[in-house]
Design a binder for this molecule. Structure first.
Ligand code: MSP
Length: 513
């Protein structure tokens, strides 16, 4: 059941505005995980999309003088354009306005409504609502001046008849589930947060709205539309074929990882599993909540000019450096700050002077001493510890990726870059080249260096897919980096003698601070 596929999801992003680097941070990291599992030969299903219903989106559309449908159609294109330029390679793009999703929401709701436990009942709610969060708050959770604790913006008082979901009945079952599956919420700090929420007891939440109509109508009472979070969370089963394609659903569900930001943990680790329990659907394997990005120490927002669009950076750094920066700079799970200086520094140190410089030196030497043709060599005696260092680094990389320790995974790969640099300094092939008697030794050293680059191209593919292809191409290898599979492709000695390499443009041109 459902374990045939590595199913990873991003949250579906609100279609009230265009993406900023905070959203892209989530998407790039998730894409790294998805690509890595593909590199391991797993069947991967990577889902993303847009959350298009609710008051927040309806108001954004109104402000533009458009219908919500016209507005979300327009925004879908802006989101997809960003993912394309960032090499975020999703397998399906879901929009909550799609008919397939309406059908799945109606099916899930009806299943819960009919489960015989009165898990959905009609009630009345009044309270303070944050439209940006699309959530009610207890007075005691608000900041001074009646501000939402997440957005620090004024909440609004709403009073309406709603249907409620009996979340309160699920606290014990959720506690039991998380006790039996300690990895189901990660990292540990987030797990602890969820456990203490659950131990504090849960309140029922309203799952319908009557004050506006931009949403999925309740199947048994069309005067109500579904609460946007109940609607949005359901996207994860919609895309797996829930209620529509049982064979596919059995293959794809449960999701392996829901990758989310820490701000939406409660919805994913409390509401969502309870909804699934109520509908008799298996729970996702893991919710992974990453940290929050700030700019110059401040929350990102348009009003204080910290809402940076990813293109502002990609235009300058290129997509590979952009991706690398986030993966390497901030531990996935911790909060992190963006600064222009840090990004230039990483680019120059790790990419331009690191991997990029290494590749151009090795390819240049192969060009000058062997006309670019990979020599046939007796490797013993000149490869030193490179095969062991690489095998160990690839194993560490794998272990870190499986544990979703993304930064440590990148560091593991860079230990190969460092060792290869050291190797060249020790061997000094440019000196060996001066002595015609040492031709075989020169061939061995350059073969070992080029072979290390080949393996690096495979290993960096999930992080920097475009750079990996450029390197693959410069090495003159057949096929593409994206077609390689580990561990076979990182086994030492895979570079065929006779391969014709060429030193192309530098992989990562140096940037001025
Ligand atoms: N629509 C809901 C999610 C529904 S999922 C069933 C939503 N959308 S969002 O557009 O506001 O946020 C999408 C994701 O972007 C969330 O995981 C959120 O944590 C992430 N980020 C938004 N701003 C961010 C930062 N400044 N830093 C890191 N991630 C951030 O919530």
């Amino acid at each position: 059941m459902g374990r045939d596929v590595f199913y990873i999801t991003t949250p579906i992003y609100y279609a009230n505005d265009v993406p900023h680097i905070g959203h892209a941070y989530n998407a790039v990291n998730t894409d790294f995980i998805a690509r890595y599992h593909r590199l391991r030969g797993e069947r991967v299903f990577h889902l993303t999309g847009t959350d298009e219903h609710g008051l927040k989106v309806a108001r954004a559309a109104e402000a533009q003088g458009l219908t919500p449908q016209a507005w979300t159609d327009k925004l879908e294109a802006s989101w997809r354009e960003v993912w394309e330029r960032l090499d975020v390679g999703y397998d399906d793009y879901i929009r909550t306005t799609q008919p397939r999703h309406h059908a799945a929401v109606a099916k899930l709701l009806q299943t819960v409504y009919d489960n015989g436990r009165e898990d959905i009942y009609l009630g009345h709610y009044e309270g303070q609502y944050c439209v940006a969060c699309e959530a009610y708050y207890d007075e005691s959770d608000l900041l001074e001046g009646n501000l939402c604790p997440v957005h620090e913006r004024p909440v609004e008082f709403f009073r309406e008849d709603n249907y409620f979901f009996r979340l309160s009945a699920y606290a014990d079952r959720l506690i039991a589930h998380y006790e039996a599956h300690p990895d189901a919420v990660q990292p540990e700090t987030r797990r602890n947060e969820v456990m203490s929420l659950l131990r504090g007891g849960l309140q029922d939440f309203s799952i319908s709205r009557t004050t506006f109509d931009w949403g999925v109508p309740l199947p048994w009472d069309e005067t109500h539309v579904t609460y946007v979070w109940f609607d949005a969370l359901t996207n994860y089963v919609t895309a797996a074929g829930y209620g529509d394609d049982p064979a596919r659903f059995a293959e794809v569900w449960p999701a392996t990882i829901h990758s989310i930001g820490k701000d939406i943990l409660r919805f994913h680790a409390v509401y969502w599993p309870a909804m699934l329990m109520a509908a008799g659907v298996e729970l996702p394997t893991q919710v992974w909540a990453h940290g929050y990005l700030t700019v110059g120490g401040k929350k990102m927002s348009k009003t204080n000019l910290t809402g940076i669009h990813p293109f502002q950076l990609v235009d300058h750094f290129g997509v590979d450096s952009y991706r690398y920066f986030w993966l390497r700079q901030i531990s996935w799970g911790s909060d992190g700050d963006f600064s222009w200086e840090a990004m230039v520094e990483r680019h120059n140190a790790d990419l331009a002077n690191g991997l990029g410089n290494l590749a151009s030196r090795v390819l240049a030497m192969l060009g000058s001493y062997f006309d670019g043709v990979v020599p046939d060599v007796e490797l013993e005696g000149c490869q030193d510890d490179l095969p062991t260092v690489i095998a160990e680094a690839a194993a560490r990389y794998d272990a870190h990726m499986l544990a979703v320790e993304l930064q440590a995974a990148v560091v593991a790969v860079w230990s190969i870059v460092d060792r290869l640099n050291g190797y060249l300094v020790e061997k000094e092939p440019w000196k060996i080249a001066k002595d015609p008697e040492r031709r075989a030794e020169l061939a061995g050293v350059l073969y070992a260096a080029a072979e290390s680059l080949r393996i690096l191209a495979v290993l960096i593919q999930p992080m920097m897919p475009a750079a990996a292809e450029r390197l693959w191409d410069q090495l003159g290898l057949e096929g593409a980096a994206v077609e390689q599979r580990v561990p076979a492709a990182v086994t030492w000695g895979g570079l065929p003698p006779g391969t014709v390499t060429h030193k192309g443009d530098s992989l990562f041109p140096r940037l001025d601070a």
